[in-house]
Write a protein that binds this ligand. Structure first.
Ligand SMILES: [Zn+2]
Length: 296
């Protein structure tokens, strides 16, 4: 809770507050997205794999570039926490913060999931969202946010003084450790801020605090992505269930989630090429980098 202000507003406070907001990152200048390409490509999809994420647990999956994948609500209202990496290099991973800066607090069809620096390219494009009807509710909430991080045992012990070992952070860590055959400590370093799939969230209108409310997701709903690069993913079925009341405990009713991977007809995707990493010349600070201090 913030302390009450100790400083009087200056005489020109109203004028300062009235300055015009400017969009930080106008997305009109992003590389062009051709909606008709994705619509054509998703016309003929063949299911090639299906992975079940058990409640209060996580599972990993792989998707080849040019394929589609769906996160499906299988049996009841359930929120999922998604991490994505480049399948060949886990240093490249989903960048929740820059995705938020570019596309806003919540994502839906047409938005892209960007990777971290110095790679900075679309890892996946959202191609269908059965919850796109929800829009914004009267509380300022919406679905599929990139404003939360993931429930984690560290914050839980800080706030509640108790230990819980099936937070999304823990579930993702265990799943990555198991699949990559690395220690939990090594796996934990790879876990990052998530896309909160199906979660309904926002900032309160008075204090601007992060809130959650019951997810509107129902069995059969799904969020669909086109894999722009070869992807390794991990999805946790959050212990908060539909996140209507609590998380980081055994209190909520939880359900499984399903990850379905689909191959598109090459007739529609044959000429498509994965996006290149950022063209910034100083990108990796390596020997050839032109990224130097002014005094160099
Ligand atoms: Zn969670």
């Amino acid at each position: 809770m913030k302390f009450p202000p100790k400083n009087l507003a200056p005489p020109d406070a109203a004028a300062r507050r009235a300055s015009r907001p400017v969009i930080c990152y106008p997305i009109n200048d992003l590389p062009v997205l051709d909606p008709s390409f994705y619509e054509r490509a998703r016309c003929e999809l063949a299911l090639i794999s299906k992975t079940t994420v058990p409640p209060r647990d996580a599972a990993t999956f792989e998707v080849a570039a040019g394929c589609f994948f769906r996160i499906v609500c299988a049996e009841g209202p359930q929120v999922g926490d998604l991490n994505l990496w480049n399948a060949d290099d886990m240093d490249e991973r989903f960048f929740s913060g820059k995705t938020r800066a570019l596309h806003g607090t919540h994502v839906s069809t047409g938005d892209r999931l960007w990777s971290n620096l110095p790679y900075m390219r679309p890892m996946a494009t959202i191609t269908h969202d059965t919850l796109d009807w929800y829009g914004w509710d009267d509380d300022g909430g919406s679905v599929h946010d990139v404003i939360g991080t993931r429930c984690d045992p560290y914050t839980n012990v800080l706030l509640n003084g108790c230990e819980y070992h099936h937070c999304c952070h823990s579930n993702l860590t265990r799943a990555v450790s198991k699949e990559k055959r690395i220690s939990l400590a090594e796996a934990e370093k790879h876990v990052h801020d998530v896309l909160n799939v199906f979660m309904c969230t926002g900032f309160t209108l008075d204090t601007h605090q992060y809130f959650m409310k019951a997810s509107p997701v129902r069995p059969g709903d799904y969020l669909e992505f086109f894999a722009e690069t070869d992807l390794f993913g991990a999805l946790s079925a959050c212990p908060g269930g539909d996140c209507s009341a609590s998380h980081s405990s055994e209190n909520a009713q939880c359900f499984p989630l399903t990850i379905e991977v689909y191959k598109a007809d090459p007739a529609y995707t044959g000429d498509w090429q994965p996006p290149a990493r950022s063209t910034y010349s100083g990108g990796d600070c390596g020997a050839g980098s032109r990224w130097r201090l002014r005094s160099d």
